[in-house]
Design a protein around this ligand. Structure first.
Ligand code: ADP
Ligand code: MG
Length: 729
């Protein structure tokens, strides 16, 4: 009998590291060589064009067509010198990942030949044949086509032979059909609102940047083993598989050396990233076997989002050369840690002040506390929305499991900042605040300017944690587009800061002093936002009960979680900040519900197929062998001894029958549940039914399959087991 599993295991274990030579030069020699960055612009654009383009990038000034023509000409020249023959508008549709359609630079020259062409029009705008991209009915109802439009704030780059131009994707009537457009608007909104607030403290502030530093977790699996697991190939997670006797109990992977094959992969990945200007900085093993992390130096949020998407596609490309498959799924393996994408987020001014870092003097500290308290308020008021922004069919398997934040958004501040806020809350006027820590450290706010934040005061179980000079949004899923979380967060903070400014201005208008007004509003916010502060163990069951009492959103059904986008508060906020209109919010939710349904539907089909044509046949064949054995025993011993000798076989025969019968029955019921759900027209209702009446079958069916894996002859089992998938050498 040929067993694919054994062939795959053999292949995987024979594999050697693939060392791809990286030029022996310094990183700085090749950093950004495939990016049309400011250096290249200086070389390929005229002074005048460069000035206008930089204004567009830095100040958001719209570009005129004739300038676009000049940029396109320079860009094309550079790209062709780099060996590119094609170009594409690179965009972020609402399904995760990126999309692109490649066109060659060539155009007919009118004399039967071809000439390389790339005009400003082609650079600035394209009509992808996008009818198949999800739009939640926007295009169907309002306009049949959409177009992509150049985002000059993110530089063009080359992958293989193609010049990639970052673009937004909108319908003809102007609605966003992607993540980038609302992200740019959210960044703009938070810039405007935060600048207004900062100017209460420093009149020189003209712009506030939103920064993002992501940490990307992922698994690597050998490609031969991956190919022998249809569930991994089709859903990126194992829908079955008994825990390995050894998994992460010893946590030896985290501290262990990176396997040679993996470090060869990482080196090439870093090399490829550097050429694309993705500033990856750290690499290490994670807690689970075969799990790793890569993180860059933080960047402006729009660029950081593009770089994360670029990293994800580069990882997949590089992994194939090393005979690996990258799993970006949030929970590829049951019983071991899933993968997240921590989003480290902060705001900083054009004067070089990190608004989430304690300041150098009293004014800066008051500004720091002001921003911090407003973030706290924003997260409090929008905790349901922030959760919706990170929720997906795949991330649902990770959140709430015992190694990731629960499906509740709370903020960890640490004891020092908590002490400062507590002291502030009960203080009066604008008098200096002194906080004496248990350790004896003195912290004070207005007169003695020092707040030294202890960076080691960390809580790994919090979904939104303050880590000294930034917040870390940890609930983001490893496969997600960071933009979703960043849109929700930056918009929430923008709206909150706007309200804060209005309240402060109101008090000043009534004759109050500026500092007094700020203190008054901050105090009110500290009191109001208390329910969202939680420094305890976020994994505990007590927290779930406590969070419910505090009125935090504890919903766990993903399609219902998405409702938060349509709450009165969210609609008001998104429209007031001009990030998304009500129509767009509705349309985008339609897409979210549809994507959820489809993901669950695919998993259900794959699970049903595998159960019926991998698991049951193998189990039954093994049962047949046992039955043969029993009848042979009977022929040999035609007395009482036969039963005694076959007792073990009988037990297994019965267990196999019992479990295969249950599996078959459950698969049938799951198919029925799907049929019921599929008849529902309303996208939300359909997704909710999938969540409530299809998903629960997954674990029930899996339970029996995993038990069968333990008793069926190892030689006959066709799917690579966890112990084979998870321990790379
Ligand atoms: P950790 O201890 O969480 O692993 P790291 O030093 O690896 O911390 O940083 C994690 C990420 O946080 C990196 O991408 C880093 O660039 C980013 N980061 C650091 N400071 C800031 C900041 N002020 N704003 C946003 N991101 C930041
Ligand atoms: Mg971190």
């Amino acid at each position: 009998m040929s067993n694919l599993r054994f062939k795959a295991v053999e292949e995987a274990f024979k594999r050697k590291a693939v060392h791809v030579p990286v030029p022996g030069k310094k990183t700085s020699d090749y950093f950004g060589m495939y990016v049309f960055d400011r250096n290249q612009m200086r070389k390929y654009l005229s002074k005048e064009t460069l000035r206008v383009v930089l204004d567009a990038i830095d100040e958001g000034v719209p570009l005129e067509r004739n300038i676009a023509n000049h940029v396109a000409a320079g860009m094309r020249m550079w790209a062709m010198e780099m060996g590119a023959t094609h170009y594409t508008h690179w965009f972020h549709p609402l399904t995760d990942g990126t999309a692109e359609k490649h066109d060659a630079f060539i155009e007919p020259n009118g004399n039967g030949g071809m000439i390389e062409e790339f005009t400003g029009k082609l650079l600035a705008q394209q009509e992808p044949d996008a009818s198949s991209f999800p739009s939640g009915g926007i295009r169907n109802t309002f306009e049949a086509r959409g177009y992509t439009a150049w985002d000059p704030s993110s530089p063009a780059f080359i992958v293989d032979d193609t010049l990639c131009i970052p673009t937004i994707f909108i319908s003809y009537t102007g609605e966003s059909l992607d993540y980038k457009m609302p992200l740019l608007k959210a960044i703009q909104a938070v810039d405007k609102a935060a600048t207004d607030v900062c100017r209460l403290f420093d009149r020189n502030v003209r712009k506030v940047y939103s920064y993002l530093g992501w940490e990307q977790e992922y698994f690597l699996v050998d490609e031969a083993l991956y190919s022998a697991r249809p569930d991994l190939v089709l859903t990126e997670r194992t829908l079955m598989g008994h825990e390995s006797a050894k998994n992460q109990q010893l946590e030896d992977h985290y501290f262990g050396a990176i396997p040679t094959r993996v470090s060869a992969f990482m080196r090439e990945l870093e090399y490829e990233c550097y050429k694309l200007s993705v500033p990856v900085k750290t690499r290490h093993n994670e807690v689970a076997p075969n799990q790793f992390e890569v993180a860059p130096i933080y960047e402006e949020t729009n660029l950081a989002v593009d770089h994360n998407l670029l990293l994800m596609s580069t990882m997949k490309r590089v992994a194939e050369r090393h005979h690996f498959r990258v799993l970006l799924h949030e929970k590829p393996f049951k019983g071991i840690n899933g993968s997240g994408k921590h989003n480290n987020w902060s705001l900083g001014t054009d004067t070089g002040v990190n608004l989430l870092g304690p300041g150098r003097n009293a004014q800066e500290n008051l500004q720091f506390i002001t921003i911090l308290v407003n973030v706290l308020m924003a997260v409090y008021r929008n905790n349901a929305l922030l959760k919706a922004s990170i929720s997906s069919a795949t991330n649902a398997h990770r959140l709430g499991a015992n190694e990731a934040p629960p499906a509740i958004i709370s903020v960890f501040l640490g004891s020092q900042i908590s002490a400062v806020l507590d002291a502030l809350e009960t203080s009066e006027g604008t008098s200096p605040i002194r906080v004496t820590e248990k350790t004896g450290t003195r912290l004070s706010l207005t007169h003695v300017p020092e707040i030294l934040v202890d960076n080691t005061d960390r809580n790994r179980t919090s979904s939104f944690a303050f880590t000294g000079n930034r917040f870390e949004f940890r609930a983001v899923g490893s496969s997600a587009n960071c933009a979703s979380a960043m849109i929700a967060l930056n918009t929430s903070v923008a709206y909150q800061l706007k309200q804060f400014k209005t309240e402060v201005d109101g008090i000043i208008a009534m004759g109050g002093k500026k500092d007094e007004a700020i203190f008054t509003v901050i105090r009110k916010y500290i009191t109001e936002s208390k329910p969202v502060r939680f420094d305890g163990n976020g994994y505990s069951d007590e927290w779930k009960e406590e969070a419910l009492r505090r009125g935090l959103d504890c919903e766990t059904c993903v399609p219902v979680i998405y409702d938060a986008y349509l709450s009165e508060q969210s609609v008001k906020m998104f429209t007031a900040t001009s990030v998304l209109s009500e129509k767009e919010l509705h349309a985008r939710n339609e897409v979210k519900w549809d994507v959820y349904t489809k993901k669950v539907q695919i998993e259900a089909r794959v699970l049903g197929d595998l159960a019926m044509n991998h698991i049951i046949p193998v189990a039954t064949r093994y049962q047949g062998m046992l039955l043969d054995n029993v009848s042979k025993i009977r022929t040999l011993y035609n007395d009482d001894r036969a039963n005694k000798i076959s007792a073990q076989d009988f037990a297994l025969i019965e267990e196999i029958s019992e479990r295969t019968n249950i599996i078959k029955a459950k698969v049938d019921q799951m198919v029925e549940a799907r049929k019921v759900a599929n008849k529902i027209e309303n996208e939300r209702e359909k997704a909710v039914i999938y969540c409530n009446s299809v998903v629960p079958f997954f674990d029930e069916i899996r339970y029996h399959i995993d038990k069968l894996e333990l008793i069926v002859d190892n030689e006959m089992w066709t799917l690579p087991k966890y112990r084979e998938l998870l321990f790379l050498r």
